[in-house]
Design a protein around this ligand. Structure first.
Ligand SMILES: O=P(O)(O)OC[C@H]1O[C@H](O)[C@H](O)[C@@H](O)[C@@H]1O
Length: 526
């Protein structure tokens, strides 16, 4: 059995307090910088690498971070998780999303059901369904093929699958495996559903209602909105709508749907892209083989996350450096900066993943912790961000650790040499230049043009964004967030903080309001 101890009760916490800080500007300048770029790199799954040369760490600090990992039993806790312990203490649930993508340890059997087999069986059912749709065996009321798939969901039932779809859309077109166009409806703002419906051919569209709980107001409202639109268009909704939910939800086993696919309570919404939640839309859009490749990449990263040596375990190392920055260097935020347009929604997915998981103030046992926990996450793709918020990142009063992501090859492969370089080369040159500019700064007599530098960053580098590398990227961040939650001794797998606003919105709609709530609802004349 592992020990669940608060971070500040560890000997290594005290040791971290006493380490000699590293001056990023100094160590990244000249030869020392070149050495660090070469040496401070850890291989990741799917031929990617996590390079942390420009982070404020050195061999001494890394040795203490290894002690934190050992003392807090981080990889042992991961082992407990994938072997089926009740890691989600708040909701008394197992945490099994990794099992959707492969067997990591022992069989996990709950109420006689082998969970890996259950998740695999759902994937197989979805694969058969998707293949039948693509082959024209499952068709619309007029006997015609479906061409579009629309996911209706919010939060984890939207962000991850949407980010993954966008990440692979152009790759799939280029590799002739885009089987159906996908669209997403999430917001209860009627303009969201209306705009999507206006843009598609509803007669040839399949709609997946995705809600683990089957009770989310926005999703149920949008499902009814779409149902209404289909009826008005003279289309039978039961031939066009699917459900993806848990077997115990109000949406389960409902004749209203053409078919239903299941996940369960042991997979948190923000971790559900690997379950039926992501599998349905991605298998319909790209084909089941592509989804299987995505899962293979994620599984490879899950295997790497078992390594006890932090220099062989990029997710663990990334997590520990993040903790050091958060708790000892006092950095409150992290920017996610993919130099890849395909990853345009990946920062939004990571925002939910990280902030909903680790935005907590009490430990696993409900006791307040005396140290800070999860950082604020934001981000946009480069180079666009450079012309927007990088000013603050370079010269602002707040130091923001930066998480760059970059690839050597484009997805579409169409490029032009303009003034001696391709656009891809320009993209890569920009990310390299930014890392050095942030780290080393630039002295100038004019204070307005002076750059202090000393701004830490890391980069994940891959050859190309494809299903395998994307899967590995997804799992890398899930595992990073998990390890950080273990260090902070918090429960990363519930989200009670989301509930209060939901309850109050229901009260406003029911006119059951008092005090400030009444004033606000009057103001909005609801
Ligand atoms: O999939 P659902 O049950 O509809 O939940 C959708 C989302 O809503 C909640 O408010 C949670 O904060 C999210 O973690 C969840 O992903």
């Amino acid at each position: 059995m592992v020990n669940w101890t608060n971070f500040d009760a560890l000997d290594s916490y005290q040791a971290l307090k006493n380490v000699q800080a590293v001056d990023v500007r100094k160590v990244m300048s000249g030869e020392s910088g070149a050495k660090r770029v070469k040496n401070y790199s850890v291989p990741m799954a799917e031929k990617m690498a996590y390079n942390f040369a420009a982070k404020a760490v050195d061999d001494d600090i890394l040795a203490v971070l290894q002690k934190v990992s050992d003392e807090a039993e981080l990889t042992e806790k991961y082992e407990e998780l994938y072997n089926g312990a009740i890691i989600n203490t708040g909701e008394k649930r197992l945490v099994l999303h990794q099992l959707c993508r492969g067997q990591l340890g022992k069989d996990v059997v709950v109420d006689g059901v082998n969970k890996r087999e259950f998740y695999q069986a759902q994937q197989d059912r979805i694969a058969k369904f998707a293949n039948d749709v693509h082959a024209g065996k499952i068709v619309n009321g007029k006997g015609e093929k479906f061409t579009t798939v629309v996911q209706i969901g919010i939060g984890g039932s939207d962000l991850g699958p949407r980010a993954l779809y966008l990440a692979l859309e152009n790759w799939a077109k280029t590799n002739h495996t885009l089987k159906m166009q996908a669209a997403f409806i999430s917001n209860v703002d009627p303009d969201d559903a209306s705009a999507v419906l206006n843009n598609i051919d509803v007669e040839h569209a399949l709609f997946i209602v995705v809600s683990k709980s089957g009770t989310t107001l926005e999703t149920l409202t949008n499902a009814a909105f779409v149902e209404d639109a289909l009826k008005k268009a003279g289309v039978d909704p039961s031939k066009h709508m699917l459900a993806c939910t848990s077997e115990t939800s109000p949406l389960a086993n409902n004749d209203k749907f053409l078919d239903s696919f299941y996940m369960d309570d042991y997979i948190g919404g923000r971790y559900s892209s690997s379950s039926a939640v992501g599998c349905c839309v991605l298998s319909l859009a790209f084909g089941p083989e592509v989804f299987a490749r995505l899962m293979a990449g994620a599984h490879a990263a899950d295997e790497t996350a078992k390594e006890k040596d932090i220099l062989k375990n990029p997710a663990l190392l990334d997590a520990l450096i993040g903790v050091y920055e958060r708790n000892f260097l006092g950095y409150a935020t992290t920017a996610v900066l993919p130099y890849s347009q395909a990853l345009s929604r990946f920062p939004a997915h990571l925002q939910q993943l990280d902030m909903e998981s680790n935005g907590k103030s009490v430990n696993r046992f409900g006791k307040k912790v005396d140290y800070v926990t999860g950082p604020i996450i934001f981000g946009e793709p480069g180079t666009n961000g450079q012309h927007s918020f990088y000013q603050l990142l370079h010269q602002g009063k707040t130091i923001v650790p930066l998480q760059f992501i970059g690839f050597k090859d484009s997805q579409i492969g169409n490029d032009v040499v303009i003034e001696g370089s391709t656009s891809q080369k320009k993209l890569d040159a920009n990310v390299a230049a930014q890392i050095v500019a942030f780290a080393c700064g630039k002295d100038d007599e004019n204070p307005n043009k002076n750059f202090d530098g000393g701004r830490p960053s890391s980069i994940i580098i891959g050859q190309q964004l494809n299903p395998e590398s994307l899967g590995a990227l997804l799992a890398h961040f899930e595992n990073k967030v998990m390890f950080q939650g273990f260090v902070w001794n918090i429960n990363s797998f519930d989200q009670e903080g989301v509930q209060l606003g939901k309850v109050l919105a229901k009260r406003v709609l029911a006119h059951d309001t008092d005090g400030a709530l009444a004033v606000y609802s009057d103001l909005l004349e609801i």
